[in-house]
Design a protein around this ligand. Structure first.
Ligand SMILES: Nc1ncnc2c1ncn2[C@@H]1O[C@H](COP(=O)(O)OP(=O)(O)O)[C@@H](O)[C@H]1O
Ligand SMILES: [Mg+2]
Length: 258
Protein backbone atom coordinates (compact mmCIF):
# COMPACT_ATOMS: atom_id res chain seq x y z
CA UNK A 1 0.00 0.00 0.00
CA UNK A 2 1.17 3.50 -0.75
CA UNK A 3 0.28 6.14 1.83
CA UNK A 4 -0.19 9.81 1.05
CA UNK A 5 -0.58 12.46 3.74
CA UNK A 6 -2.64 15.48 2.68
CA UNK A 7 -1.21 18.15 4.91
CA UNK A 8 -0.81 21.87 5.45
CA UNK A 9 -0.96 23.40 8.92
CA UNK A 10 -3.19 26.20 7.63
CA UNK A 11 -6.91 25.63 7.91
CA UNK A 12 -9.30 26.17 5.04
CA UNK A 13 -6.80 25.64 2.23
CA UNK A 14 -8.58 22.67 0.64
CA UNK A 15 -7.01 19.66 2.38
CA UNK A 16 -10.27 17.87 3.02
CA UNK A 17 -11.74 18.73 -0.37
CA UNK A 18 -8.57 17.45 -2.01
CA UNK A 19 -8.44 14.26 0.09
CA UNK A 20 -12.09 13.39 -0.63
CA UNK A 21 -12.00 14.07 -4.35
CA UNK A 22 -8.60 12.56 -5.10
CA UNK A 23 -9.64 9.47 -3.09
CA UNK A 24 -12.82 9.25 -5.17
CA UNK A 25 -10.98 9.69 -8.46
CA UNK A 26 -8.52 6.93 -7.51
CA UNK A 27 -11.35 4.60 -6.51
CA UNK A 28 -13.03 5.31 -9.86
CA UNK A 29 -9.93 4.12 -11.68
CA UNK A 30 -10.00 0.78 -9.88
CA UNK A 31 -7.79 1.30 -6.86
CA UNK A 32 -8.88 0.03 -3.46
CA UNK A 33 -8.67 3.26 -1.52
CA UNK A 34 -8.60 3.95 2.20
CA UNK A 35 -9.28 7.46 3.45
CA UNK A 36 -8.26 8.22 7.03
CA UNK A 37 -9.89 11.20 8.66
CA UNK A 38 -7.30 12.53 11.10
CA UNK A 39 -8.98 15.86 11.80
CA UNK A 40 -11.12 16.01 14.98
CA UNK A 41 -13.57 18.20 13.05
CA UNK A 42 -14.42 15.14 10.98
CA UNK A 43 -15.11 17.07 7.79
CA UNK A 44 -13.88 14.27 5.55
CA UNK A 45 -16.22 11.83 7.29
CA UNK A 46 -19.23 14.14 7.00
CA UNK A 47 -18.33 15.17 3.48
CA UNK A 48 -18.26 11.57 2.32
CA UNK A 49 -21.66 10.86 3.83
CA UNK A 50 -20.85 9.30 7.22
CA UNK A 51 -22.84 11.26 9.82
CA UNK A 52 -21.48 11.42 13.39
CA UNK A 53 -24.00 8.87 14.71
CA UNK A 54 -22.90 6.28 12.13
CA UNK A 55 -19.24 6.34 13.20
CA UNK A 56 -18.62 3.29 15.36
CA UNK A 57 -14.85 3.02 15.47
CA UNK A 58 -12.64 5.88 14.48
CA UNK A 59 -9.11 7.11 13.94
CA UNK A 60 -9.02 7.75 17.71
CA UNK A 61 -9.30 4.00 18.28
CA UNK A 62 -6.46 3.40 15.82
CA UNK A 63 -4.14 5.80 17.60
CA UNK A 64 -5.04 5.39 21.25
CA UNK A 65 -6.49 1.88 21.59
CA UNK A 66 -4.36 0.36 18.83
CA UNK A 67 -7.43 -1.00 17.07
CA UNK A 68 -6.82 -2.32 13.56
CA UNK A 69 -7.78 -0.77 10.24
CA UNK A 70 -10.03 -3.78 9.64
CA UNK A 71 -11.92 -2.92 12.83
CA UNK A 72 -12.16 0.80 12.19
CA UNK A 73 -12.67 1.20 8.43
CA UNK A 74 -16.16 1.38 7.02
CA UNK A 75 -17.36 1.37 3.43
CA UNK A 76 -18.61 4.58 1.83
CA UNK A 77 -21.21 4.81 -0.89
CA UNK A 78 -18.34 5.13 -3.37
CA UNK A 79 -17.36 1.65 -4.60
CA UNK A 80 -13.74 0.91 -3.72
CA UNK A 81 -13.48 3.68 -1.14
CA UNK A 82 -13.38 2.92 2.60
CA UNK A 83 -12.96 5.43 5.38
CA UNK A 84 -11.71 5.44 8.94
CA UNK A 85 -13.86 8.29 10.25
CA UNK A 86 -12.93 10.83 12.90
CA UNK A 87 -14.91 11.52 16.04
CA UNK A 88 -14.68 14.42 18.46
CA UNK A 89 -12.63 12.40 20.96
CA UNK A 90 -9.77 12.74 18.47
CA UNK A 91 -9.35 16.29 19.76
CA UNK A 92 -8.11 14.74 23.03
CA UNK A 93 -5.72 12.41 21.25
CA UNK A 94 -3.19 15.17 20.68
CA UNK A 95 -2.74 15.33 24.47
CA UNK A 96 -3.22 11.63 25.21
CA UNK A 97 -0.57 10.66 22.68
CA UNK A 98 2.09 12.57 24.60
CA UNK A 99 2.27 9.86 27.24
CA UNK A 100 2.03 6.71 25.10
CA UNK A 101 4.85 4.59 23.78
CA UNK A 102 5.97 5.34 20.20
CA UNK A 103 3.67 8.35 20.09
CA UNK A 104 4.50 9.35 16.51
CA UNK A 105 4.48 5.79 15.15
CA UNK A 106 0.96 4.71 16.09
CA UNK A 107 -0.62 5.28 12.71
CA UNK A 108 2.29 3.71 10.86
CA UNK A 109 1.92 0.57 12.99
CA UNK A 110 -1.80 0.39 12.22
CA UNK A 111 -1.29 0.85 8.48
CA UNK A 112 1.43 -1.79 8.39
CA UNK A 113 -1.22 -4.37 9.34
CA UNK A 114 -3.64 -3.43 6.56
CA UNK A 115 -3.97 -5.80 3.66
CA UNK A 116 -7.13 -4.66 1.96
CA UNK A 117 -6.13 -1.43 0.21
CA UNK A 118 -3.80 -0.27 -2.56
CA UNK A 119 -3.54 3.31 -1.49
CA UNK A 120 -4.28 5.37 1.61
CA UNK A 121 -4.93 9.10 1.87
CA UNK A 122 -4.71 10.78 5.26
CA UNK A 123 -6.66 13.99 5.77
CA UNK A 124 -4.60 15.92 8.33
CA UNK A 125 -5.76 18.52 10.85
CA UNK A 126 -4.66 22.17 10.50
CA UNK A 127 -1.69 21.94 12.87
CA UNK A 128 1.77 20.43 13.11
CA UNK A 129 1.03 18.52 16.31
CA UNK A 130 1.18 14.82 17.08
CA UNK A 131 -1.69 13.92 14.76
CA UNK A 132 0.09 15.39 11.76
CA UNK A 133 3.40 13.90 12.95
CA UNK A 134 1.75 10.48 13.05
CA UNK A 135 0.55 11.05 9.55
CA UNK A 136 3.95 12.17 8.22
CA UNK A 137 5.64 9.25 9.96
CA UNK A 138 3.19 6.80 8.39
CA UNK A 139 3.29 8.32 4.91
CA UNK A 140 5.37 7.46 1.89
CA UNK A 141 4.75 10.89 0.51
CA UNK A 142 3.05 14.19 1.09
CA UNK A 143 0.48 16.05 -0.99
CA UNK A 144 0.24 19.74 -0.08
CA UNK A 145 -2.79 21.84 -1.02
CA UNK A 146 -1.74 25.47 -1.17
CA UNK A 147 -4.13 28.38 -1.39
CA UNK A 148 -2.84 31.23 -3.54
CA UNK A 149 -2.78 33.98 -0.96
CA UNK A 150 -0.21 36.39 0.34
CA UNK A 151 1.48 34.37 3.09
CA UNK A 152 1.26 31.02 1.32
CA UNK A 153 5.02 30.59 0.91
CA UNK A 154 5.80 31.44 4.54
CA UNK A 155 3.38 28.78 5.77
CA UNK A 156 4.87 26.33 3.34
CA UNK A 157 8.43 26.79 4.60
CA UNK A 158 7.25 25.94 8.11
CA UNK A 159 5.68 22.75 6.79
CA UNK A 160 8.83 21.84 4.87
CA UNK A 161 10.91 22.28 8.02
CA UNK A 162 8.62 19.83 9.80
CA UNK A 163 9.03 17.40 6.92
CA UNK A 164 12.81 17.62 7.30
CA UNK A 165 12.55 16.93 11.01
CA UNK A 166 10.36 13.91 10.37
CA UNK A 167 12.81 12.67 7.74
CA UNK A 168 15.68 12.96 10.20
CA UNK A 169 13.98 11.35 13.16
CA UNK A 170 11.13 9.08 12.13
CA UNK A 171 10.75 8.52 8.41
CA UNK A 172 13.86 8.99 6.23
CA UNK A 173 11.97 7.95 3.08
CA UNK A 174 9.19 10.53 3.35
CA UNK A 175 8.78 12.24 -0.03
CA UNK A 176 6.74 15.13 -1.37
CA UNK A 177 4.65 14.04 -4.32
CA UNK A 178 3.58 17.58 -5.08
CA UNK A 179 1.96 20.86 -4.22
CA UNK A 180 -1.44 21.66 -5.66
CA UNK A 181 -2.70 25.20 -5.98
CA UNK A 182 -6.27 25.42 -4.71
CA UNK A 183 -9.14 27.93 -4.82
CA UNK A 184 -7.52 29.55 -7.79
CA UNK A 185 -9.36 32.65 -9.00
CA UNK A 186 -8.12 33.82 -12.35
CA UNK A 187 -9.87 37.18 -11.99
CA UNK A 188 -7.78 37.98 -8.95
CA UNK A 189 -4.36 39.43 -9.86
CA UNK A 190 -2.85 38.59 -6.47
CA UNK A 191 -3.74 34.93 -7.00
CA UNK A 192 -1.89 34.96 -10.30
CA UNK A 193 1.11 36.64 -8.73
CA UNK A 194 1.30 34.15 -5.88
CA UNK A 195 0.91 31.23 -8.28
CA UNK A 196 3.83 32.56 -10.35
CA UNK A 197 5.98 33.00 -7.24
CA UNK A 198 5.19 29.51 -5.99
CA UNK A 199 6.01 27.98 -9.37
CA UNK A 200 9.28 29.85 -9.80
CA UNK A 201 10.28 28.87 -6.29
CA UNK A 202 9.19 25.22 -6.24
CA UNK A 203 9.15 24.42 -9.95
CA UNK A 204 8.22 20.85 -10.86
CA UNK A 205 7.09 20.15 -7.32
CA UNK A 206 3.94 22.12 -8.20
CA UNK A 207 1.30 20.15 -10.09
CA UNK A 208 0.26 21.52 -13.45
CA UNK A 209 -3.38 20.96 -12.51
CA UNK A 210 -4.80 23.88 -10.61
CA UNK A 211 -8.03 23.65 -8.61
CA UNK A 212 -10.24 26.64 -9.40
CA UNK A 213 -12.48 28.33 -6.89
CA UNK A 214 -15.72 26.56 -7.69
CA UNK A 215 -19.00 26.76 -5.80
CA UNK A 216 -19.93 23.14 -6.62
CA UNK A 217 -16.89 21.96 -4.68
CA UNK A 218 -18.13 23.77 -1.60
CA UNK A 219 -21.76 22.61 -2.00
CA UNK A 220 -20.98 18.91 -2.35
CA UNK A 221 -20.04 18.16 1.31
CA UNK A 222 -23.45 19.28 2.58
CA UNK A 223 -24.93 16.52 0.42
CA UNK A 224 -22.51 13.99 1.87
CA UNK A 225 -21.03 13.44 -1.56
CA UNK A 226 -17.64 14.01 -3.17
CA UNK A 227 -17.92 16.78 -5.76
CA UNK A 228 -16.86 14.16 -8.29
CA UNK A 229 -20.16 12.36 -7.65
CA UNK A 230 -22.30 15.40 -6.88
CA UNK A 231 -21.44 17.04 -10.21
CA UNK A 232 -18.63 15.40 -12.10
CA UNK A 233 -18.83 17.87 -14.96
CA UNK A 234 -18.16 21.03 -12.94
CA UNK A 235 -14.80 22.76 -13.34
CA UNK A 236 -13.72 21.75 -9.84
CA UNK A 237 -14.40 18.05 -10.40
CA UNK A 238 -12.66 18.10 -13.75
CA UNK A 239 -9.63 19.72 -12.13
CA UNK A 240 -9.51 16.99 -9.47
CA UNK A 241 -9.72 14.29 -12.14
CA UNK A 242 -6.74 15.88 -13.88
CA UNK A 243 -4.88 16.15 -10.60
CA UNK A 244 -5.48 12.48 -9.79
CA UNK A 245 -4.05 11.51 -13.19
CA UNK A 246 -0.97 13.61 -12.59
CA UNK A 247 -0.63 12.16 -9.10
CA UNK A 248 -0.80 8.57 -10.36
CA UNK A 249 1.90 9.36 -12.91
CA UNK A 250 4.16 10.61 -10.12
CA UNK A 251 3.77 7.57 -7.89
CA UNK A 252 6.54 4.97 -7.97
CA UNK A 253 5.87 2.73 -10.99
CA UNK A 254 6.16 -0.63 -9.29
CA UNK A 255 3.58 0.28 -6.67
CA UNK A 256 0.81 1.29 -9.00
CA UNK A 257 -2.24 -0.87 -8.89
CA UNK A 258 -4.23 -1.41 -12.07
N1 LIG B 1 -11.73 25.00 -4.90
C1 LIG B 1 -12.66 25.42 -4.05
N2 LIG B 1 -13.61 26.30 -4.43
C2 LIG B 1 -14.54 26.73 -3.56
N3 LIG B 1 -14.64 26.32 -2.30
C3 LIG B 1 -13.73 25.43 -1.85
C4 LIG B 1 -12.70 24.93 -2.70
N4 LIG B 1 -11.94 24.06 -1.98
C5 LIG B 1 -12.48 24.02 -0.75
N5 LIG B 1 -13.54 24.83 -0.65
C6 LIG B 1 -14.36 25.11 0.54
O1 LIG B 1 -13.54 25.87 1.43
C7 LIG B 1 -13.67 25.42 2.76
C8 LIG B 1 -12.34 24.88 3.28
O2 LIG B 1 -11.95 23.76 2.48
P1 LIG B 1 -11.43 22.43 3.15
O3 LIG B 1 -11.18 21.45 2.07
O4 LIG B 1 -12.34 22.00 4.26
O5 LIG B 1 -10.05 22.94 3.75
P2 LIG B 1 -9.14 22.34 4.92
O6 LIG B 1 -9.41 20.88 5.02
O7 LIG B 1 -7.74 22.64 4.49
O8 LIG B 1 -9.52 23.08 6.17
C9 LIG B 1 -14.76 24.36 2.73
O9 LIG B 1 -15.98 24.97 3.02
C10 LIG B 1 -14.74 23.87 1.29
O10 LIG B 1 -16.00 23.38 0.87
MG1 LIG C 1 -9.99 19.73 6.68
Amino acid sequence: MITIAVANQKGGVGKTTTAINVATALAATGWKVLLIDLDPQGNASTGIGIPAEARERSSYDLLIDQATIAECAMPTRIPGLDIVPATVDLSGAEVELVSVEDRTGRLRAALAQDAGHDICLIDCPPSLGLLTLNSLTAADTLLVPLQCEFFALEGLSQLLKTVERVQQRFNPDLGIVGIVLTMFDRRNRLTDQVADDVRSCLRELVFESVIPRNVRLSEAPSHGLPALVYDHTCAGSQAYIKLARELIARLPQQRKAA
